[in-house]
Design a protein around this ligand. Structure first.
Ligand SMILES: Cc1cc2nc3c(=O)[nH]c(=O)nc-3n(C[C@H](O)[C@H](O)[C@H](O)COP(=O)(O)OP(=O)(O)OC[C@H]3O[C@@H](n4cnc5c(N)ncnc54)[C@H](O)[C@@H]3O)c2cc1C
Length: 418
């Protein structure tokens, strides 16, 4: 029997498996295709999130020239952005798994049963694997985790918001963005008709990958229902054509779709979760890899500590781990982010642009930490008040209306819940 069984070999599965191996636990993994597997997603991150962990060597590209366009302004962000080399990122975790002699099994988890001394996962093919605790890292549609039906911190009713994007890596008739540039968001809409501007706003996320290759992606930050790939593709094509840019060669197409505000998993269950499965995606930006790198060691430490006591049943290991991942402070911050998300989805295109123009004019340390989720709750509130003080009346008016209609979220953030 293993100490821990990790379900899934995406970034979350590998991050938590590596951290558990670092703690000296015996770890097994279960994934339809055991690693190494090629990850096709392009994972980006701000370099200053990696610097404190000495992990910038995991990047394939870095851009100092990072910009955004919003409210007729070209905003120099003054912050270095990077793109992960997926092989290096995966190896960084897998080398630690290998050092811990981790074993991977092929298969898909179907069911879990809990006993006093272990949990037993059965795969769709009938193989049974036992461990003191199971960590479900099988992504946004987890195989084993129970999610709260709806918590008021996340969804309004069943309104799940999705980030959606359609992107291509390729060569173009002329550079779609400036050479050596990274565009976090280009909200310009000159290429759209007035009717199209009334539809949910989308922006261009783009980077120069060198050797005349660029990644351009039309992105809907969050919408419910999700903006379709067809619309995103049409908008990307229209944007490029408006700039006189034709696609010459497509090397890779990225279809991106994931939920931003899934309810939290039940924090009392006997299976632990990590990553998308555990609602860890940043509800206001959609980023998660930085959080995986930062949070895995703490969660693994709690699990290792609880595993030491041989009398602890699975629930006595999983529940404290859930408390580490979703402490009351983390849950309060999440309520604030969800309040922000509701606003972003409610803004019309012009208000959204005014909001982002104000957001990126906040002190860089504030907006950076807001996006990385490294502020304390009082610091977050201060950042939001700063924005309120410096933004347009239109944005202020919308925020005030939300403060009433989403008062339950604000209440949770200020007072906490459970
Ligand atoms: C296209 C795209 C681009 C993104 N870009 C960024 C970015 O730039 N920066 C960022 O921080 N975040 C980004 N994200 C958000 C987030 O980081 C990713 O969704 C991330 O892949 C989630 O990691 P995960 O390990 O939780 O889930 P996944 O990556 O979905 O991995 C889940 C794993 O579980 C396995 N699995 C599923 N079901 C079972 C089962 N029943 N049994 C066993 N194994 C199972 C799967 O095979 C897979 O290995 C992006 C997401 C997408 C979709």
């Amino acid at each position: 029997m293993f100490d821990a069984l990790v379900i899934g070999s995406g970034p979350a599965g590998l991050a938590i498996a590596a951290a558990l191996c670092d703690e000296g636990l015996s770890v097994a993994g279960l994934a339809p295709v055991p690693p190494p597997v090629a990850w096709s997603n392009t994972y980006g991150i701000w370099c200053d999130e990696l610097e404190p962990m000495n992990l910038t060597h995991l990047l394939s590209h870095r851009w100092q020239n990072s910009i955004a366009y919003a409210a007729q302004q070209k905003i120099a962000l003054g912050r270095e952005y990077g793109l992960f080399d997926n092989v290096k990122l995966q190896n960084y975790w897998l080398e630690r798994c290998d050092r811990g002699k981790m074993v991977w099994y092929p298969g898909a988890a179907a069911t879990v049963e809990h006993f006093t001394d272990r949990s037993c996962v059965t795969t769709t093919e009938g193989t049974a694997l036992s461990a003191r605790v199971v960590i479900d890292a099988s992504g946004h549609k987890p195989a084993l985790l129970e999610r709260l039906k709806s918590d008021r911190r996340s969804t309004k009713g069943d309104r799940i918001a999705y980030q959606a994007a359609y992107g291509i890596v390729g060569r173009f008739s002329s550079p779609p963005i400036e050479p050596q540039q990274f565009v976090l968001m280009d909200y310009r809409t000159d290429h759209l008709s007035s009717d199209e501007r009334k539809a949910p706003p989308t922006f261009l996320y783009a980077m120069d990958l060198g050797n005349d290759v660029f990644f351009v992606e039309e992105t809907s930050l969050a919408n419910s229902p999700a903006v379709t790939f067809e619309v995103l593709q049409q908008r990307l094509e229209k944007r490029l054509a408006f700039g006189g840019v034709q696609v010459k060669e497509v090397q890779h197409v990225e279809y991106c779709l994931f939920p931003m505000n899934l309810p939290l998993p039940s924090l009392q269950q006997s299976v632990m979760g990590f990553g998308g499965a555990a609602s860890l995606v940043h509800p206001a930006s959609g980023y998660m890899v930085g959080a995986l790198l930062r949070r895995a060691p703490g969660v693994a430490k709690t699990i290792a500590h609880m595993v030491e006591n041989l009398n602890n049943p699975p629930a006595s290991i999983a529940v404290p781990a859930w408390q580490t991942l979703w402490s009351s402070d983390e849950r309060r911050k999440r309520a604030l982010y969800l309040f922000g998300l509701e606003n972003l989805m409610r803004f019309d295109e012009q208000t959204l642009q005014a909001f982002f123009a104000s957001f990126f004019q906040l002190p860089r340390s504030q907006w950076s930490a807001f996006l990385a989720n490294t502020l304390s709750t009082p610091e977050m509130l201060q950042t939001m008040m700063n924005l309120f003080g410096h933004t347009t009346n239109e944005v202020r008016w919308n925020l005030m209306r939300s403060a009433w209609s989403d008062r339950a979220l604000l209440w949770d953030a200020l007072v906490g819940q459970e």
